[in-house]
Design a protein. Structure first.
Length: 114
């Protein structure tokens, strides 16, 4: 993968639409439609890495190893880590770096208010 290329795991789409569902429920249909259109424009800029059986197997193994150490890693986060490993990404960019403590891939955090 090119250093300057950005991609997302397919699981990230579900996470985005979870937020959109929350927006719909809390802020109404008009705000939801606006946010959905904005999200779809942004999603068009990214390559989307599909989730495979091997990725899911690796994600389960990551979660199991963490659990054996008394740590809990979310399912979606484990899938993102496993996807990153499969596609040999240079880093994972997230606003929740603590969710990716099981990752051997470097983590870069961001803040939406910056």
């Amino acid at each position: 993968m090119d250093q300057d290329q950005f991609a997302i795991s397919a699981i990230t789409i579900e996470e985005i639409f979870t937020g959109l569902g929350h927006t719909f429920g809390k802020q109404g249909k008009e705000r939801y439609i606006k946010a959905k259109n904005e999200s779809n424009k942004i999603l068009m800029l990214y390559e989307i890495f599909q989730i495979t059986k091997k990725i899911l197997e690796r994600a389960g193994f990551i979660r199991g190893q963490a659990l054996a150490k008394g740590d809990i890693i979310g399912q979606a986060d484990a899938i993102i880590i496993a996807t990153g490993e499969k596609f040999k990404v240079s880093k994972i960019i997230t606003r929740n770096p603590e969710h990716f403590r099981a990752s051997k891939i470097p983590i870069e955090s961001y803040n939406l208010s910056s």
